[in-house]
Design a protein around this ligand. Sequence first.
Ligand code: G4P
Length: 534
Amino acid sequence: MLDTNTNRPELPPEIARRRTFAIISHPDAGKTTLTEKFLLYGGAIQMAGQVRAKGEARRTRSDFMKMEQDRGISVSASAMSFDFGKYRFNLVDTPGHSDFSEDTYRTLTAVDAAVMVIDGAKGVESQTQKLFEVCRLRDLPILTFCNKMDRESRDTFDIIDEIQENLAIDVSPASWPIGMGRDFMGTYDLLNDRLELMDRADRNVVAETIEINGLDDPKLAEHVPEHLLEKFLEEVEMAKELLPTLDPQSVLEGHMTPIWFGSAINSFGVQELMQGIANYGPEPQPQQADPRAIAPEEKKVAGFVFKVQANMDPKHRDRVAFMRLASGHFKRGMKLTHVRSKKPMAVSNPVLFLASDRELAEEAWAGDIIGIPNHGQLRIGDTLTEGEMIRATGIPSFAPELLQTVRAGDPMKAKHLEKALMQFAEEGAAKVFKPNIGSGFIVGVVGALQFEVLASRIELEYGLPVRFEQSQFTSARWIIGDKDEVEKLVNANKQHIAHDNDGDPVFLTRLQWDIDRVERDYPDLKLSATKEMM
Ligand code: G4P
């Protein structure tokens, strides 16, 4: 049967109840706090504060993680599953710092929707804007949470206007704040005609809800003091005239975002937002793939790796590949085909991420994220299927914006260094290029901080002190085109050529002029700033 809203087949209930999403925000807007409250309402943790506490306990296990902690940056992304009513939420964490935007980008290929958290006093900040633009590329549905309303914040219309203008998306209020800063007392739920009153005394308590029979219900005046009520009614009147009403189809298409106002730290507005994710966040969506798209309702299992993370358990030095299930019903122990190598792979100890504890996954459905411990076979962009040679697409690798050469402190350890660099390249933590001329490696990253993280990890994990040095090159481009033509370019420009860790040729550049020259002299070749991971 076709679903009348989406024109797609109705999904099996186990798949239809899944909501897989990420939170995008600028650092400090309240992503961690909101995540904590999600887990609290999802019954995954007993007490708010545990995510942070556990996070810190885990981080102290290695000095590398300590470095992250000192800098207040969350480098590691993970996935968390929890239930909300009849729904199963999969929240994929995105690293917030701009130096790790490539990782974030790939994480966003694994979700069906994003929750955008903004600080009510600050509005749309730079990192939110960047991440939003990434979501826009895939027309991801976005639900907005305007946080910290318990503090002095901007005028509600101002905030909404800023989102509409800066992000070019329609904004429809799902709730409306009453009072502001110290006077903030709660919100009016415009979708359900309810008054939600915040309890400042107990941060973990669920808001008091009062059913209201429309805005002229005298009950409003019983709960809202006169000076706040008047302003509130005026604003809602204006909002109804000026702002669009919620159109679920437009939300699904990424043209409209509903906005909820709340205070994550006071657990306020969080449940309404969760209900919003359940109601408006889409079911698992089809995955683009070559030679055909993968539909979630297909009986056979297919999934793709969007992230590889080492150091999850320093004792075992294992790596975990995060796989998004694109279709089917996965059961533990299944034998899947690793499409890149065409080899079978038994997935016997997959993990689900319940709150911050790992747990063995007995089964998973399309939309879920599972972790597959492995020793390096699985790379970002890999597809696993039940035999079909099909490859998920759209998981890009970006040209690095910063290049440095790297040398081992001890020249005898060059082989070790190569091994370490290959590991990081496969994790997607850096690009590694071996120049055709000369010794050593050139490492490329998106943000400068990644060099420090890499140096620290190579020393910790491989016992190898390394030096990063200025490179004469500033950028790298993959050479795409006919083999003979590529060879001609390679032979005529040896000093500019290197190979990446997959053996693909790249052109190293000093200036934009280098790129222009190649494009002029070799009109049939393309110098590309991105490469599909496969
Ligand atoms: P992030 O993950 O987006 O970086 O933000 P995080 O949740 O860590 O929140 C950043 C700061 O904002 C924290 O304060 C947090 O307590 C505070 N915060 C989050 N939600 C609200 C809210 O609704 N109202 C108010 N007033 N503050 C909020 P901190 O001082 O940096 O950390 P902490 O000592 O409180 O943990």
